[in-house]
Design a protein around this ligand. Structure first.
Ligand code: SAM
Length: 619
């Protein structure tokens, strides 16, 4: 929000009075471009304003590291987060704004059987903990959104709107989002995406054939899903998105490959090998007719001079056609007697791939995805709505490149994570994934929540990926959403003295130093995959992360005193000098760790008054 306001202030400085937007002034500055009418094009529903406010309300939650649930914690760049994705998306804003190249999501389709997450404006994380049964209250409020609920579409839109809004901010300028959906909500989704991403940034509606035959119990039945694709920024001087301009081609299908053949010709097979035949004429009706494209061309086999057929003209200039002819790049039929030659496009010279058609060809069906899970888990029906890994791999190939971040915040069984691992291990370069998944209860004893299934799938597919490549990153760092580490002042409590006493150490009792460290890391906009080191100075543990951009000293209460504060400060200074970070360095000190004020003042003074001073913050 602050960044957006800053951008607006840069463009329209005179539309700001005392730091606030002056809408009247802005309207005048915009002139005719401002839409003053009461009636506007777009989708409205009861609750839309609240959905917008929910997106902008900061989160009070944090992401707690779970090294025991992770794989290769120290070396991996991949991240799996258990939690409600709205809070998660908010927490990731600072670290990943404009950094994610590709978001692939497969949200609940709102078919009447899905659980649709009810957000709370009051307290997002408390709502989450209650809904998922983590506050002692049974998580029974997780019921499906039925068609008879009266707010059927609105409830789904309330859920989707803020998440898409926050997702857009994470995308890089050349990034794209691919959203799976079926006919139930496709029209509504398209309208809110036009609003959030901008109608100009709509790229395509891809159609995935998800089943072979239509359902038997219907007279007309759907066999496809939609994948709506939106980019973020437009390419310079273009009506297309940057994402689309940078998309990769898809691999050629067997059918497309079969068009390349070694055709028979009068002089024997072409030594350049297989080629595809391309029309050399173009429709010349109406305004498309160009006089200079009607010329005679000599057939080298018969000597006959040929002209384009009635209603057509040549596609290329005379000079270009003669160059193609001289280079043996025109095909005149098996006997050389054709009256219209074809151009040869050699397989060896063709692009490494093909344009992705809007109806995706040769993709696996839903049933293949179910089978993939059955093979991984050794049993049927562990998760209802998985997507096929090869379909996700195709989307990942089109929309991202090695080194890019691929995100899926409706991760389900973790198929997007598996698709990234598989692509990486098969030599497509290292992409990173960030997944988020709600711990929705499953009713199974062994995998109590869907998030457990996600992690289990990642672990199992990581093994398979590691057996294909010994160098690919096949691990993941696991995190879980929880209430912030700092206990905030509760204005509803009457026992002020007791609360003030509790606030002396304001970090939640059940939290470890690492938990606090990762909250600080996010608050400073560092990557969740940053490496963290620790050293002990005068018996006190100090952490450094972000290549030395952040130091944190969070030991138990009272453990820093006049006897060790100087040594700790000197330790931090020499460590910073070793790491040589390129920007300002922040040191976080836990207030309650100091035995007395003098020790704190001493440590802070040494750090702040150093010739290259530190930014010191207390918590
Ligand atoms: C259609 S499934 C995704 C399936 C996934 N593409 C796959 O192949 O396994 C949607 C998932 O989103 C999860 N979900 C729904 N609301 C959520 C929320 N607020 N935060 C995080 N995950 C959520 C559901 O638990 C479900 O697993």
């Amino acid at each position: 929000m602050a960044e957006n306001l800053e951008q607006l202030r840069k463009i329209f400085p005179s539309a700001f009075t005392e730091g606030k937007v002056d809408f009247e002034a802005l309207r005048e500055l915009l002139g005719d471009a401002a839409d003053d009418g009461d009636e506007k094009f777009g989708l409205t529903w009861f609750g839309k304003r609240n959905a917008r406010r929910i997106a902008l309300k900061p989160s009070t939650a944090t992401l707690m590291p779970r090294p025991d649930e992770s794989l290769s914690w120290d070396s991996t760049q991949n991240v799996m987060i258990e939690g409600d994705n709205l809070e998660v998306l908010k927490l990731l804003q600072k670290s990943y704004a404009n950094q994610v190249k590709l978001i692939v999501i497969d949200p609940p389709y709102n078919t009447g059987k899905d659980f649709i997450y009810p957000d709370s404006f009051q307290d997002g994380v408390q709502n989450y903990l209650e809904l998922t049964g983590q506050t002692g209250v049974d998580g029974t409020r997780l019921s499906s959104n039925s068609e008879t609920s009266g707010r059927y579409h609105s409830a789904w839109l309330d859920m989707m709107y803020p998440r898409l809004f926050l997702a857009r901010q994470l995308l890089s300028e050349d990034g794209a989002i691919f959203i799976f959906i079926d006919s139930t909500e496709v029209a509504n989704l398209r309208l809110i995406c036009d609003e959030i991403f901008g109608g100009d940034c709509f790229v395509i509606d891809l159609i995935w054939r998800k089943r072979d035959g239509a359902p038997n119990d219907r007279t007309v039945g759907s066999v496809h899903d939609h994948i709506l694709v939106y980019g973020k920024g437009l390419a310079p001087n273009s009506t297309r998105t940057l994402a689309e301009e940078r998309f990769n081609l898809m691999p050629r299908t067997a059918k497309a490959d079969a068009q390349y053949q070694v055709f028979r010709e009068p002089g024997g097979p072409d030594p350049r090998g297989a080629f595809r035949k391309i029309d050399t004429t173009a429709n010349a009706k109406g305004g498309r007719d160009v006089a200079s494209l009607h010329y005679g061309l000599t057939n080298p086999h018969t000597g006959e001079v040929v002209y384009p057929r009635e209603g057509t003209c040549w596609r290329h200039s005379q000079e270009e056609m003669e160059r193609l002819q001289a280079d043996g790049r025109l095909y005149w039929g098996v006997n050389g007697t054709a009256t219209t030659p074809m151009r040869k496009l050699y397989r060896s010279e063709a692009k490494d791939g093909m344009t992705t058609p809007s109806i995706l060809p040769d993709m696996p069906f839903n049933q293949h995805a179910a089978r993939e899970l059955e093979v991984l888990f050794g049993r049927k029906s562990i998760f209802d709505t998985p997507k096929p890994v090869d379909l996700l791999r195709l989307l990942i190939r089109i929309g991202s490149n090695p080194g890019d971040i691929v995100m899926d915040f409706f991760a389900g069984s973790g198929s997007t994570g598996e698709a990234v691992l598989k692509s990486n291990s098969e030599g497509a370069g290292d992409r990173r994934f960030i997944l988020a998944q709600l711990p929705e209860p499953t009713g199974f004893g062994d995998f109590a929540t869907i998030a457990d299934i996600t992690r289990a799938r990642l672990r199992s597919s990581s093994q398979a990926a590691a057996s294909t490549s010994s160098t690919a990153d096949t691990g993941f760092r696991s995190f879980s959403l929880g209430a912030g580490n700092i206990v905030r002042w509760d204005t509803s409590r009457q026992d002020f003295e007791q609360q003030a006493f509790e606030q002396i150490d304001n970090i939640r009792e059940d939290r470890a130093e690492w938990d606090v460290l990762f909250e600080l890391l996010l608050s400073q906009g560092l990557d969740l995959a940053s490496s963290v080191e620790s050293r002990v100075f005068a018996g006190t543990q100090v952490f450094a992360t972000g290549g030395g951009l952040l130091f944190a000293c969070l030991p138990p209460s009272g453990s820093i005193n006049a006897g060790n504060s100087e040594e700790i400060a000197k330790g931090i200074i020499s460590w910073r000098d070793e790491l040589q970070p390129e920007a300002d360095v922040t040191v976080f000190l836990k207030d309650a760790a100091f035995g007395d004020d003098i020790a704190k003042a001493n440590l802070v003074a040494i750090l702040e008054q150093h010739e290259s001073p530190f930014v010191v913050k207390s918590l």
